[in-house]
Design a protein around this ligand. Structure first.
Ligand SMILES: Cc1cc2nc3c(=O)[nH]c(=O)nc-3n(C[C@H](O)[C@H](O)[C@H](O)COP(=O)(O)OP(=O)(O)OC[C@H]3O[C@@H](n4cnc5c(N)ncnc54)[C@H](O)[C@@H]3O)c2cc1C
Length: 503
């Protein structure tokens, strides 16, 4: 298991090797060698001020959450996912009276753990890298939730594409990773893989965020290269919500974010991380439950489940009325809608600033299917299996990710498989698994990144929040890769605005 204080012999050898190479270049080629070294060092250190990397650094900064200022203010929060629950927490902390309305029978949103005999089994959500997700990490610490690492480093999983199977240990760092792939890939794939890596790096760190898609940045040859289709797509695409049909509309910087923030981390975001917090950890619903329980214990908190909000109107006296199905309604001073853009638009269109609804209009939704099952025939003893299949009806490729909820647990009782799009879900069920093993099917939705909605989001959302006075919106897709951490950081920023502060 990775320990932040231990010396990694591979890294040490790499550092010595690089140092020796620098000396060799300088002695052998004199001034030219020195210039090459200086340029390389500049490239390693350089970060464009409007790059994704810089934006991620800003997202990781601590946010000072007010402890006063909300006294006497009533706020309705619509949606009980991680965004709505964390917004409610910080509003209560500042003294507001909060009513949370959730249309389902439980809170948690896309995080919907399967409960059996009081035990949580992760379903739609499975991983965190707490050292890269400081807002998530600090909330867990505040609630005494210990991180449970997956034992990636010691367990080889597989990427399977048609007739090829690439076995590697994810999460074992760049060195460990290269050690495994160089044995399995051809020389051409290694070179293509490195060029792709470099192109994404340039897009992520050396250039400002721009409307360049994955296909624009890689070009036709690399997008169709086996290393991209066999490896980058099942490894990265599955985590950035990029289907094969999205390569021309998913911004390259979104795709690159997963590589350099999570898979082969360039900069550790939370320097306070401890052992276990710098590792891939299980995300199993404990944080959601803790937030819910703490909120329910507060007398200034009121929660209504099975409550589908249908309309928000502004009253003549200046307050707001929140209308739900069945005729129930609530009066309040401000509302924070914490639902996905497509869900928020119908209720916000009449009362929110135009700039906000125009931005929400840019987000379409994707259908995800999460099969919770016991078909171990493909995965066997491995902790995870990323696969690329060809849909027998459409003839197009699609990716699946099968994973053990507690990956260290090789004797796991259940498996999760993610599939995107209905036609692929049907194909997977029919041709790649034993349907009788399905315990439960989850159908989470996800806002989809495109070239219009994901560029310089902090500037966009800071400006929009500044225009909002009593009707606010937040959701995980406002920052990063729309993981839990992004739900929390975005909620914090919006709560500050509700209380009259800048971000
Ligand atoms: C397959 C899959 C895998 C994922 N894996 C990870 C992972 O490993 N790690 C990670 O951090 N994240 C992961 N995510 C992302 C994570 O699920 C989201 O970041 C998170 O759920 C977003 O939370 P949210 O509160 O912003 O939105 P949501 O979870 O969408 O919550 C919105 C809530 O609003 C409610 N709502 C909507 N409309 C109304 C209405 N009109 N009235 C009342 N209530 C309403 C909904 O029922 C829902 O509860 C994954 C997502 C999917 C789909």
């Amino acid at each position: 298991m990775a320990n932040s204080t231990s010396i990694n012999p591979f890294r040490l050898a790499l550092t010595i090797g690089i140092f020796a190479l620098i000396l060799f270049l300088i002695f052998k080629f004199g001034i030219i060698g020195l210039l090459v070294v200086l340029f390389s060092l500049f490239l390693i250190r350089y970060e464009h001020p409007k790059s994704t990397s810089r934006i991620m650094a800003e997202d990781a900064l601590p946010i000072d959450m007010p402890r006063t200022g909300g006294e006497g203010k009533s706020v309705v929060v619509v949606g009980g996912g991680i965004s709505g629950l964390s917004a409610a927490k910080y509003l209560i902390q500042a003294g507001c009276d909060v009513t949370l309305l959730e249309r389902r029978e439980i809170v948690g949103g896309n995080n919907d753990p399967y409960l059996e005999n009081g035990e949580h089994h992760a379903t739609t959500v499975i991983i965190t890298l707490p050292a890269q997700q400081p807002h998530y990490l600090h909330l867990c610490r505040e609630y005494g939730i210990e991180q449970t690492p997956h034992e990636f480093e010691d367990l080889k999983g597989s990427i399977v594409f048609e007739d090829r199977e690439l076995n590697t240990k994810m999460g074992s760092g760049m060195g460990g990773f290269l050690k495994f792939i160089y044995r399995e890939a051809t020389l051409k794939e290694l070179i293509d893989g490195f060029i792709i890596y470099w192109k994404f790096y340039r897009q992520y760190r050396l250039r400002p965020e721009s409307a360049k898609s994955v296909a624009d940045v890689l070009g036709k040859r690399l997008v169709n290269s086996t290393v991209f289709t066999h490896f980058y797509m099942p490894w990265v695409g599955i985590n950035t919500w990029c289907r094969f049909e999205d390569v021309e509309r998913q911004p390259a910087h979104v795709f690159a974010s997963f590589i350099f923030e999570y898979a082969l981390t360039v900069t550790i975001r939370d320097k306070t991380h401890k052992y276990k917090e710098d590792y891939w950890c299980v995300l199993d619903g404990r944080l959601i439950h803790k937030l819910r329980d703490r909120l329910l214990a507060n007398e200034r908190y009121d929660q209504h489940l099975n409550t589908n909000v249908t309309e928000i109107t502004r009253n003549t006296d200046g307050g707001l009325t929140i209308q739900a199905e069945g005729g129930k309604h609530w009066e309040c001073d401000a509302v924070v809608v914490a639902t996905q853009p497509v869900q928020a638009l119908p209720i916000l269109r009449e009362v929110a600033p135009k700039r906000l609804t125009e931005e929400l209009d840019k987000w379409k939704q994707m259908d995800c299917y999460v099969l919770f099952h016991t078909d171990f025939s493909d995965i066997g003893n491995r902790p995870w299996l990323h696969q690329t299949h060809k849909n027998k009806t459409t003839g197009k490729y699609y990716i699946t990710n099968t994973i053990k909820p507690r990956m260290g647990d090789l004797n796991a009782k259940y498996l999760i498989t993610f599939v995107y799009n209905t036609e692929n879900y049907l194909d997977f069920r029919e041709h790649h698994m034993d349907e009788s093993t399905i315990v439960k099917l989850y159908e989470p939705k996800l806002p989809i990144f495109n070239l219009e909605n994901s560029i310089d989001r902090n500037t966009v959302w800071r400006e929009i929040d500044a225009e909002c006075t009593d009707v606010f919106w937040t959701q995980a897709c406002r920052s990063g890769l729309q993981y839990h951490n992004n739900g929390i950081v975005s909620a914090k920023r919006v709560v500050r605005r509700v209380l009259g502060h800048d971000w």
